[in-house]
Design a protein around this ligand. Structure first.
Ligand code: TYD
Length: 405
């Protein structure tokens, strides 16, 4: 029986994927002793949080070879520039604003805050990416943010006018401690802004590849409202984002009678309720839709291969570990995956052992079909690979259904 990580009550299972390797554990050599864990997703009927049934220990997920760098996409660079502009506008009237970012990675957002000469601090546990931010003059505290670290920051700096974090809260199992830290660190009228993949979009598209070891929580307005309320924080705004296959940006403030709550909060929460995301029944056909996509995709690729076509894939994403493993798609069907992350190139995908190759390799060895594993960057990749497309190369996508274009 799995208990909710937020309120410790009994959860209900939505789907189980069986044994799964660690999503970002690209291997240098193919070997049989890879670590695997049981991947499943459960729903809490009390706080509505969709979450992993079991989370592997952080030591097996974030090793020294951890290969995530934020600045690998032009669209994401632009996205975080816009976030910075919004934060700069929000702090304009403040005398000496202080902006804290959790999971500041290689400084993709904070570099703009630094440029605007605003007091800032990035909190980033991964030394390799933190170093890149520091080299640009960004202040970084190399630590995991929690209640204790929030006290440390207040002592050394100030209370925060803005706390921002993107694609990080979904990975923190001890989320109650993080939220206690937020409640400590926020100034009286400070704003906590965070964004993560939105469960409404995942449920609508059946985009189950968002489910892997690092994605522990799948937020909605419903669950964020409940989580905030447990820490005297109020959800005051929500803004939908197109990134990462559909994300939501949430805004929370210390609970006060005169907080202005945007109409968008009511709109998104009513839409979530209409989709029955406040009940496990809202997820009841998720598993069947996922299984259908997997069968259709494998059949399509097998047919193309039998016809003699070369098939590769585009983007060795973390999320594709769930897709490839669960659908049983490996090197017999996919010749290689192209990716622009230097630390992934010339390694093999976790579990399925498909070789990862550079973009140069893709340009020299174009396949007839490219399975678009980085589907969340579809626009950017299709624009970048116009020549491949023009010469007859096709992309295969699969959410909400298998499509060749
Ligand atoms: P990302 O969107 O971070 O997804 P995940 O969190 O599931 O890993 O990963 C995108 C991957 O795709 C990353 O490894 C970089 C790669 N990529 C390319 O190779 N070329 C591109 O043009 C883009 C946009 C991404």
């Amino acid at each position: 029986m799995t208990k909710c990580k937020i309120c410790n009550i009994k959860t209900k299972q939505i789907i189980s994927f069986g044994k799964m390797p660690i999503s970002n554990a690209f291997v240098k050599k193919v070997h049989k002793n890879e670590f695997v864990y049981p991947l499943s997703v459960v729903f809490c009927p009390s706080c509505y949080m969709v979450q992993l049934g079991q989370v592997p220990k952080p030591e097996v997920m974030f090793n020294p070879n951890y290969a995530f760098f934020s600045t690998t996409s032009k669209v994401m660079e632009e996205h975080f520039k816009e976030v910075a502009q919004e934060i700069i506008a929000l702090t304009k009237r403040k005398k000496d604003p202080f902006v804290v970012e959790l999971g500041s990675n290689d400084g993709i957002m904070l570099r703009h805050i630094k440029k605007a000469k605003i007091n800032h601090l990035g909190v980033e546990p991964a030394a390799n990416v933190a170093k890149i931010a520091e080299e640009q003059g960004i202040n970084v505290l190399k630590d995991f943010f929690d209640e204790k670290v929030s006290q440390k920051i207040i002592k050394k700096y100030f209370h925060a006018d803005i706390i921002f974090t993107a694609n990080s809260l979904l990975s923190i199992e001890e989320l109650n401690s993080t939220f206690r830290g937020f409640a400590n660190l926020l100034s009286e009228d400070g704003i906590l802004i965070f964004e993560d993949p939105y469960i409404y979009d995942v449920a609508k598209l059946a985009s189950f590849d968002q489910i892997y070891d690092e994605h522990i929580f799948f937020f909605s307005g419903l669950s964020v409202g409940e989580l905030g309320a447990r820490h005297s924080l109020q959800l005051v705004d929500m803004k939908h984002q197109d990134v990462h296959g559909g994300s939501m940006r949430y805004y929370l403030k210390k609970k006060k009678k005169n907080n202005k709550v945007s109409k968008r909060v009511k709109y998104f929460i009513s839409r979530e309720k209409r989709a029955r995301l406040n009940k496990v029944e809202g997820y009841e056909n998720f598993k069947d839709r996922v299984n259908k996509i997997c069968v259709d995709l494998k059949n399509t690729l097998t047919k193309l291969k039998k016809q003699g076509h070369r098939i590769a894939a585009y983007g060795a994403t973390s999320k594709s570990t769930t897709l490839l493993t669960y659908a049983g798609i490996g090197p017999k069907l996919i010749e290689y995956i192209t990716d622009n992350t230097p630390t992934k190139i010339d390694k093999f995908t976790p579990g399925t052992h498909i070789p990862v190759k550079s973009r140069e390799y893709f340009l020299k060895n174009p396949p007839s079909y490219a399975l678009l594993l980085a589907w969340n960057h579809k626009k950017e990749i299709i624009a970048k690979e116009k020549k491949y497309h023009k010469k007859g190369g096709k992309f295969v996508t699969y959410f909400p259904k298998v499509t060749i274009e």
